[in-house]
Design a binder for this molecule. Sequence first.
Ligand code: 5GP
Ligand code: SF4
Ligand code: MG
Length: 460
Amino acid sequence: CGVFGILGRDDAAPVVTLGLHALQHRGQEAAGIVSFDGTQFSVERHIGLIGDTFTKRSVLDRLPGDRAIGHTRYSTTGGEGLRNVQPLFAEFAGGGFAIAHNGNITNALTKQRELQKRGAIFSSTSDTETILHLIAFSEKTRIVERFIDAIGQLEGAYSLVGLSQKKMIGARDPLGIRPLCLGDLDGAYILASETCALDIIGARFVRDIKPGEVVVITENGIESHFPFEKPSPRFCIFEYVYFARPDSNIESRNVYEVRKNIGMELARENPVDADLVVPVPDSGTPAAIGFAEGSGIPFELGIIRNHYVGRTFIQPTASIRHMGVKLKHNANRHMIEGKRVVLVDDSIVRGTTSQKIVQMMREAGAKEVHMRIASPPTMSPCFYGVDTPEKSKLLASRMSIQEMADFIRVDSLGFLTIDGLYRAVREPGRNNEAPQFCDACFTGDYPTVLTDQGGKDNVR
Ligand code: 5GP
Ligand code: SF4
Ligand code: MG
């Protein structure tokens, strides 16, 4: 998901709309904005793309105020449906509060059951609602203390933006699994998932919110708190591989540059004799550029993407996902015919995309088709806000690399090593005693307890 908030601009909701538009890649199912005008909160939540739902004058007119927060939704837990669209809003004893969440709480269900025993009534199936209830049940008095009390009980991944009558609150979980940054637009503070959302409105990047940090923003400025013991950060390394937009900078690294480094590492680790390097657009493109540079093999757009379909992976049902791939990509036959092609993609999840693309290359007359993947094999599901399917559906958890190669019918298949991935983010390699990132989908090494799953040993 994507989150965005601003405090101190008369046209807060239109600015949030633009920010969310730049964060659309983080969630395409639905979006919402909550604003506050000094007297009341206004809530608009819609299924669909920002450009289709929030650009209408009437919708924006219903969101007055100089502060607003917003969310683009990509459902991992909780499922679809308007009742799960964020920001969620509640009226507490002390006033209204809205919250937008990127990530996934790994003890939300456990907490939900406890809260239900104490009388809480849930109106959504989203893990984020648990946070609202924990705030409501807190015995502290002030909203910031109650918020901190609530998030102190959470386990898992959260980058949060909250809005009360007087304050905008930003928070990152102690591991800093999901990104969140601070920006400034002519003196108005901004919180955003990625820096590309600051660029779109010409805001200045101030800094990343730190893992475990809570920032409280009012008209008078910003305060920072570190309420928890500070464990070592474990930012999601997959943000660099796939999830974040390439023009964003996260933790002082440019995402595009990391992806190019990945491609160079991949070419070094998995060389191949071929005529063309072809990206599976768009997610494989920066890595393919790096692969071409590293290998000296020419880069060509051998597959053309139709930009008017969303990310195939994000469409919820299997049959649609299946259809989506054909709608989305077409072989550029003129470039492919008679050639030995190296395809570069960011990851293999179920293998559906790779299978289709390889077949498309063969039908277009490729002489050989080699596949190079810009990450290690995806072996384990993510419980922190990226929608990987259960373990048994992950191709790499069922098959060896040779079996995968046979399944997608390539002449050769190569993945990046985990150390190669760490080198691409300018680390010497993975520190196995204290890994610098979350890489659980590749290593199975989850950085939290996974309470709702019944522990790390129970992962399915
Ligand atoms: P597959 O077809 O193997 O199931 O999915 C792989 C494709 O899905 C890749 O092209 C990748 O760009 C895309 N993808 C989209 N969202 C995700 C995600 O959340 N995780 C992973 N690993 N790949 C994703
Ligand atoms: Fe990111 Fe993978 Fe960790 Fe999920 S499991 S947070 S996708 S690195
Ligand atoms: Mg892709």
